[in-house]
Ligand binder design. Structure first.
Ligand code: ADP
Ligand code: MG
Length: 234
């Protein structure tokens, strides 16, 4: 579904060049539940942003759907972001002056989706927030805010979910709930990519892509075995 061929990303900071991604080759299939694991600075966010067409590589090529569609073209990136990927961020990124319902409805209104409010209510109910829809973000716990962000990502029905450290701001118990929601989406057939620096979290995935200094150092099933959510501890 998404293919990276020899992708590198370099940033120039004055005289110094930072290599964020160093010759990455990667295929992500439809319906995979993938964790990208690595320490801070290893290039995880850069990789996710390139996969999600928020950013472009310095070198290399990103293709989608195996049909030769290239994300090098701005128009393709725009369409891909609108129709294919949805982002979930560590800090939730909700509009503080909009209620939970309005935050979700906004993306549907932007896409001119019919019955936007009904759909927004439905996805918020699906993530367990049916009784919180008229609350503003500051009236919600961190876990609830992240669930609003997940509802927003689900609302459009886009088939790929990209989550950058989605449990990074949350306590353990709430983090497990959020991972459970993401796992449900993978089970339902979505392609889910979760970025984390926490090896324990990576055990919920089918596939762990480990990054170090912008390179893939391993790619396969979790090293310590795939775990049930109830087995995780951090
Ligand atoms: P991670 O998400 O694993 O912490 P990042 O992808 O954010 O890693 O960053 C990888 C490397 O690229 C780091 O050395 C970081 O400082 C650098 N970097 C990321 N974004 C930028 C940027 N916009 N400008 C300059 N350097 C950047
Ligand atoms: Mg990051």
């Amino acid at each position: 579904m998404i293919r990276l061929e020899d992708v590198s990303k370099r940033y120039r900071m004055g005289d110094v060049e930072v290599v964020a991604l160093d010759h990455i080759n990667l295929d992500i299939g439809k319906g995979e539940f993938v964790v990208v694991l690595g320490p801070s600075g290893s290039g995880k966010t850069t990789l996710l942003n390139i996969i999600g067409a928020l950013d472009v590589p310095t070198d290399g090529h990103v293709g989608i759907n195996g049909n030769g569609l290239s994300l090098s073209k701005q128009a393709n990136r725009f369409k891909f972001r609108r129709e294919t990927v949805s982002f979930i961020f560590q800090t939730f990124n909700l509009f503080p002056s909009l209620t939970a319902l309005e935050n979700v409805q906004l993306v549907l209104d932007m896409a001119a989706t019919p019955h936007a409010q009904d759909r927004a209510l439905q996805v918020l109910t699906d993530v367990g927030l049916g009784d919180r829809v008229n609350h503003f973000p500051h009236e919600l716990s961190g876990g609830e805010q992240q669930r609003v962000a997940i509802a927003r990502a689900l609302a459009t029905g886009n088939p790929v979910l990209l989550a950058d450290e989605p449990t990074g701001e949350l306590d353990f118990k709430t983090g497990i709930q959020i991972l459970g929601l993401l796992q449900q989406q993978a089970d339902a057939g979505k392609t889910v990519l979760v970025v984390t620096h926490n090896r324990e979290i990576s055990r919920v995935a089918d596939r762990v892509i480990e990054l170090s200094s912008g390179r893939i150092i391993s790619d396969g099933a979790p090293r310590t075995g795939k775990a049930d959510l109830s087995e995780l501890q951090w």
